[in-house]
Design a protein around this ligand. Sequence first.
Ligand SMILES: Cc1cc2nc3c(=O)[nH]c(=O)nc-3n(C[C@H](O)[C@H](O)[C@H](O)COP(=O)(O)OP(=O)(O)OC[C@H]3O[C@@H](n4cnc5c(N)ncnc54)[C@H](O)[C@@H]3O)c2cc1C
Length: 479
Amino acid sequence: MFISVYLWLHFVQFMQTKNLASLGRIFGIVVRITAPIRRWTGSTGGRAPYRHPQRQLRRLMRLERPARATGKKIVVIVGGGFAGLNAAKQLANAPGVHVILVDQRNHHLFQPLLYQVATAGLNPADIAVPIRAQFRHVPNIDIHLGRVEGVNLQQRVVFGGELEIGYDYLVLACGARHSYFGHTEWEDFAPGLKTLEQATEIRRRILSAFELAENEIDPDRQKAFLTFVVVGAGPTGVELAGAIADISRTAMRGDFRRIDPAQARVVLVEAGPRVLAFFSELLSERAKRDLVELGVEVWTGSQVERIDADGVTIGSQKLLAHSVFWAAGVEAARLRIQPPVETDRAGRIKVTGDFSVPGQPNVFVVGDMASFEIAPGKLLPGLAPAAIQGGRYAAAMILRDIDHQPRTLFSYRDKGQMATIGKSRAIAEKGRLALTGRAASRGSGSCATELMRRVGGQEENASAEPAVSGRSARNWHAA
Ligand SMILES: Cc1cc2nc3c(=O)[nH]c(=O)nc-3n(C[C@H](O)[C@H](O)[C@H](O)COP(=O)(O)OP(=O)(O)OC[C@H]3O[C@@H](n4cnc5c(N)ncnc54)[C@H](O)[C@@H]3O)c2cc1C
């Protein structure tokens, strides 16, 4: 009452005298009486408030405050890939929880079909789903475009660039990136296949190599333009090499006058003794035979020593090639985490049996970023189903915590693995069941369909799966 009268008097005085000092007094008292409310909504739960080095970057901090005022638990998810997106979906509309999902890109990327974009079988929009659109009608989920650089576990804050968000629960799901085994200088000459930008760059390089070869009169240079080297014979390398061989022998047939695209040399280089080493020896041998039939040269036991603008050096041999692509090694995405957490050799964060960081039960790491032992010495594989299951499980454990229920054990449902070789061949393995040839290739289609459906928003593409490989012929010019 007294405050209202006091404010009113100063307001009347200001209106009569237009003296700014009266307005200043009104402002001062409003600031003072709202201070406890502001302190409460920006509360850090009794801990000392974290201070971002750049004060002007406090914009995002405010976004968690409305949810704090409602008493909801703030769950921050970093990464909208298979793991992060599925964690968020599990928490959608859950009472008592407000989710802030941060990703450095505005889309979820369906990585298993990246090689199709790289070889002009699909367009980028076919395999990218806007993250925001997934949660259009979900009021308890906020999406933020931003790159997280690190986490302060003591202050319970994630930060980076223009970002600073406090959390009650944190789910780290940043995935993996390429590793050039210490030779970062190779990256410019041999891009990897992890993002849409890299896929479109590979596509540009493949398609322009044929054009440059057509325009070239020097036979040696023409040969180098028509030589494609893929380093690493895991699923990505095998799929990429197979698809390049396929389009050069089918989709491009008859399109050039001075070169025969079918003469393109596709070399798949692998340091280990066999291709697709995670498959049984029998299937690995079958994959190699399929690749050779497609026209791919398979060089196993070949360690790359140097990659430069002219090509690849293997032992004493120099393979002159205009286009080299990297599919040899990955390591987990790295964040600055304070205090530091234990990681394995591939940079994955070691987690306990419930995907939480040891000693930090409210911090989960899932997907390709986590080093999770499913059996002694056996890690959860870096596959989409493992990421999906991990993301959902972490979210379910958060909900159990909030409900004061004990956490349950995680059990991995192995959905098997497969690799596509060219347009119509594949190998697939689940436990002791093995499939090859067209049957497996149909299986790979249904697996992709199932994954796409789970990601959501891609049903149209999924149902058009048989057209995916057929599209090569139509799309390859559109690079
Ligand atoms: C070419 C290729 C082919 C594959 N084929 C298959 C296959 O056939 N079958 C299969 O099961 N698996 C396949 N995989 C593996 C599968 O895609 C991964 O296991 C899966 O994507 C892992 O999911 P994730 O959520 O951990 O990471 P991702 O799906 O990689 O998602 C990570 C997300 O985190 C975001 N992010 C990263 N760092 C930051 C940061 N600092 N701040 C904010 N956001 C960040 C990224 O933008 C991304 O959206 C393939 C992978 C590749 C690259």
